[in-house]
Ligand binder design. Structure first.
Ligand code: PEP
Length: 263
């Protein structure tokens, strides 16, 4: 039986929009999707604001009964204690976060996060019922030296070694050279790596896990190119950075079915 994976369009705001701006943004996004009669069961939409916005987003989502999901951009490996500046998964769960991004390339690059730390954070998310969005991807240098899938698959491997077959994770393939560069991968390149990642999930956690795990593409996604990615059999959505800060653009990306003609 073919598995149906509900696509996920996820907006990573990075360090943009304060808590007041987050309220205005989420309200406008919800109105835009409502006006377009967006079916959230057919395509889940999630935003990833800074930590300081999460309580405001939770209050709005809950008060207005919005179908938008939200999550954090990182979490601590620790659950509580003397870890100044860290944020526990327990706190994120208390704010009804559904997701948490782990191992974004900016954290790997600027905070020296290793594959092992990313694996530990993935376990921390699971302990608190948060779905980790595990980011993997090669640099331009890696691409030249090792080809397209070797590095992302090796990064994911370290995480998969720690998980059991029933783990609920989302994987985001984000080639570092495509992030914020305006130079997206081609849909075929994204498909090739996403298929390799799915094959590795299958060989590690089994076919059932591979069949239900959503694998997103990220890197200079916009409304004009989302359709090409979403036509690929192993691409189940997108992690969107810059374009997620523009309500109309992010709303249009979320309504990608209209671009591929299956609305
Ligand atoms: C990201 O940072 O996760 C990302 C994909 O950024 P952008 O869409 O701006 O390339």
């Amino acid at each position: 039986m073919a598995v149906t994976r509900v696509p996920l369009i996820a907006g990573n705001w990075k360090m943009n929009l304060d808590h007041l701006q987050s309220i205005a943004f989420v309200q406008k996004l919800a109105w835009s999707l409502r006006d377009a009669k967006h079916d959230y069961r057919a395509c889940e939409v999630a935003v990833f604001p800074p930590f300081t916005d999460l309580r405001s987003v939770q209050t709005l989502v809950s008060a207005d009964k919005l179908d938008l999901a939200y999550g954090a951009q990182d979490l601590s490996v620790h659950d509580s204690g003397a870890y100044t500046g860290e944020i526990s998964g327990a706190f994120l769960a208390a704010l009804d976060c559904r997701y948490v991004i782990i191992g974004h390339s900016e954290r790997r690059q600027y905070h020296a996060e290793s594959d092992e730390l990313v694996a530990e954070k993935t376990l921390a998310a699971g302990r608190h019922g948060l779905v980790p969005v595990v980011c993997v991807g090669e640099t331009a240098d890696d691409l030249e030296k090792h080809g397209p899938s070797a590095v992302p698959v090796a990064q994911l491997d370290v995480v998969l070694q720690q998980l059991s077959g029933d783990a609920d994770i989302v994987v985001a393939y984000e080639p570092v050279w495509a992030i914020g560069s305006g130079q997206a991968a081609t849909p075929e390149q994204a498909q090739q790596v996403c298929a390799a990642l799915r094959a590795r999930i299958a060989s590690t956690l089994g076919d059932e896990a591979a069949g239900r795990t959503r694998i997103l593409y990220g890197g200079s996604v916009k409304a004009a190119n989302i359709a090409g990615f979403m036509k690929q059999p192993d691409v189940d959505g997108a992690l969107v950075g810059g374009a997620s800060l523009d309500v109309d653009e992010f709303s249009a990306i979320s309504r990608f079915r209209q671009h591929v003609g299956t609305a």
